[in-house]
Design a protein around this ligand. Structure first.
Ligand code: ADP
Ligand code: FRU
Length: 317
C-alpha cells in the first residue's frame, strides 16, 4: 500500500475551545475562581480526527483554518496528535475569524456548557475539496455543517469518485447530524453509508429512545442498500440499524468519575468508525464506540486515550 493510502479524512470545523473547569456550575452574575483553565483544539471533525489518531489510525482533518493568534496553537496541536492537515485552506489574517468556544466544565459531574462564537467563520467549499486526491482515502467522515447545497456538493463529489472505481477502492462515507438547528441536513442521509445522528437531533424529530430513533430514521437512508443509522444516547449508550436488519444496542460504559464530557459524541463517532474500518461487526463497533467515549468522559481532553488500558477498554497503539 502506498504512503497515505487507506487514510481516514474528517471534514468539518476546527474550533479553539477556551475551557474553564469550575467547582460547580456558576450562578448568573456571580464571581468565582475556576479550578483549571486551558486552551484545547476542538470542533466535531477536529475532535474525531484526534481520537482516530489516538486509536492509531492514519487520519487527516480537512477544514478551513485562519491565520491569526489562534493558528499557531491549533496547527501545532494537530501535528502533536499526528493528524495531517496538509490540504486545509489557510486564509490570510483578518479575512474570517477563527471559531472559538468558551466552555465551562462542571467538576461535580463533568457536564460541559459551550458558548460557540461562530460569527464570520468560513466553511469548506467544493473547490477546496476538489483539490484533494480522493484516491488516498478509505473513509471520509463529514460533520453536518450549515449549507445543505454546499454539503450536497461535497458528498456528491465522493459519490462521483466512487462511481469511477472498483469495489475495493470505493470510499466509505459517513455523515454526522448533530445540531437541531439544521434539520434540513437530514435530506443528505441518502448520500452516506453511515449516518450518525445525535440524541438531541433525534429528539427534536420526536424520537425519545435510541431504539425508536434508529428504527424510524433508517427510512431516510439510501433505499435498497445496507446503509446504517447510528444514534449515541448519552448515559444510555447507543443503538444502530443497517437496512432491514434488527436494531443493535450497546450500554454505556461510565468511568469511575465523570471528568469531562465535552466531545463524548465526537469520540463515540471516531471510535465506531475505527472499529468498522477494522472489520468489526456493527454491534461490536458501537460497543467499542461506547467504551472509548465512556473512557473519554473520565479524562480531560482526548490525548490520554492513547494507549489507554482501563477496566472497560484496551486501545492498541
Ligand atoms: P454528545 O457529546 O454529542 O452530547 P452523547 O451525550 O450522546 O454525545 O454521548 C456520546 C457517547 O458518550 C454515549 O453513547 C456514551 O457512550 C458516552 N457517554 C456520554 N455521556 C455518558 C455518561 N453520562 N455515562 C456514560 N457514558 C456516557
Ligand atoms: C464538542 C465541540 C467543541 C466545540 C463545539 C462546537 O463536540 O466540537 O469542541 O467547541 O462542540 O460546536
Amino acid at each position: 500500500m502506498n504512503e497515505g493510502e487507506g487514510r481516514v479524512l474528517c471534514v468539518g470545523l476546527c474550533v479553539l475551545d477556551i475551557v474553564n473547569v469550575c467547582e460547580s456550575y456558576p450562578e448568573e452574575d456571580s464571581k468565582q475562581r475556576s479550578v483549571d483553565y486551558y486552551w484545547q483544539r476542538g470542533g466535531n471533525a477536529s475532535n474525531s480526527a484526534s481520537v482516530l489518531a489516538m486509536l492509531g489510525a492514519d487520519v487527516e482533518f480537512l477544514g478551513t483554518l485562519e491565520q491569526g493568534q489562534e493558528y499557531g496553537f491549533l496547527r501545532s496541536d494537530f501535528l502533536e496528535c499526528g493528524v495531517h492537515i496538509d490540504n486545509c485552506p489557510v486564509h490570510v489574517e483578518g479575512q474570517y475569524r477563527c471559531p472559538v468556544s468558551t466552555t465551562i466544565i462542571n467538576r461535580q459531574n463533568g457536564s460541559r456548557t459551550i458558548i460557540a462564537a461562530l460569527n464570520n467563520i468560513s466553511e469548506l467549499q467544493i473547490d477546496d475539496f476538489m483539490k484533494v486526491d480522493l484516491k488516498r482515502y478509505k473513509w471520509i467522515h463529514f460533520e453536518g455543517r450549515p449549507g445543505v447545497d454546499r454539503m450536497y456538493e461535497l458528498l456528491n463529489a465522493v459519490h462521483t469518485f466512487n462511481e469511477s472505481c472498483s469495489v475495493e477502492k470505493k470510499i466509505v462515507i459517513s455523515l454526522e447530524l448533530e445540531k437541531i438547528k439544521r434539520p434540513e441536513l437530514l435530506s443528505l442521509s441518502g448520500l452516506a453509508d453511515y449516518v450518525f445522528i445525535s440524541k438531541e437531533f433525534a429528539m427534536s424529530l420526536g424520537y425519545f429512545t435510541k431504539e425508536d430513533a434508529v428504527e424510524n430514521l433508517i427510512s431516510h437512508c439510501r433505499k435498497g442498500y445496507m446503509a446504517t443509522v447510528i444514534c449515541a444516547w448519552g448515559a444510555d449508550g447507543a443503538a444502530a440499524k443497517s437496512g432491514s436488519d434488527k436494531v443493535v444496542v450497546s450500554a454505556a460504559f461510565p468511568p469511575d468519575e465523570m471528568v469531562d464530557t465535552m466531545g463524548a459524541g465526537d469520540t463515540f463517532n471516531a471510535a465506531t468508525i475505527f472499529a468498522l474500518c477494522n472489520c468489526a461487526g456493527l454491534n461490536e463497533a458501537i460497543a467499542f464506540g461506547c467504551k472509548v467515549a465512556g473512557a473519554k468522559c473520565g479524562i480531560r481532553g482526548y490525548k490520554e486515550l492513547k494507549g489507554l488500558k482501563g477496566a472497560n477498554v484496551t486501545v492498541n497503539t
